[in-house]
Design a protein around this ligand. Structure first.
Ligand code: ZN
Length: 166
């Protein structure tokens, strides 16, 4: 059974709800596409609160480490997650569209059966680099290339030697 954490979002925020725990990486179905392995777990916290304008907010915190795949060599890159996001809860579609005009806030439509772990997974995926790559000299592709360059020299030397025979 997949782990689910269903909350009534507005209720949760107004009553200062709080939930935290650990979740295995293997529970995040959509995240798997980005990972080279799903060993280990992440720490998460979901907290309900009201912001300065007394609007309901869900605060999401995620910490842990995952292994992403380098888009050049397909090797593994260790990636630390340390996220904290405030999601403003809109109470209806109208409010959602007017709040969404402010680009400095992330706004979602509140429902009474919100899947908090799906929200956490969304935030993780949004935070990931679009095209993860190793740093210079850490990528396997660079190492293969430098080996090739070294391997070419004896071949040129052999060709040169061959030419000299004629
Ligand atoms: Zn690489």
């Amino acid at each position: 059974m997949p782990v689910r954490l269903i909350i009534d979002a507005l209720d949760f925020a107004r009553n200062a709800g709080a939930h935290h725990g650990k979740i295995a990486l293997s529970e995040f179905e959509r995240l798997q596409d980005y990972l080279t392995d799903n060993d280990g777990e992440l720490q998460y916290a979901v907290t309900g609160t009201l912001n300065r304008e007394a609007r309901p907010v869900l605060q999401i915190v995620v910490q842990g480490s995952i292994n992403l795949q380098c888009q050049r060599c397909l090797g593994q890159i260790g990636h630390a997650l340390d996220l904290q996001t405030d999601l403003l809860l809109a109470q209806n579609e109208n409010e959602l569209s007017s709040l969404d005009e402010d680009e400095s806030v992330d706004c979602i439509l509140a429902t009474s059966d919100m899947d908090a772990l799906a929200l956490i997974e969304d935030e993780i995926i949004l935070s990931l680099p679009i095209s993860p790559r190793h740093g210079e000299n850490e990528c396997l592709v660079d190492n293969i290339h430098s080996n090739d360059a070294a391997g070419e020299k004896p071949l040129f030397a052999a060709l040169a030697a061959l030419k000299n025979l004629h």
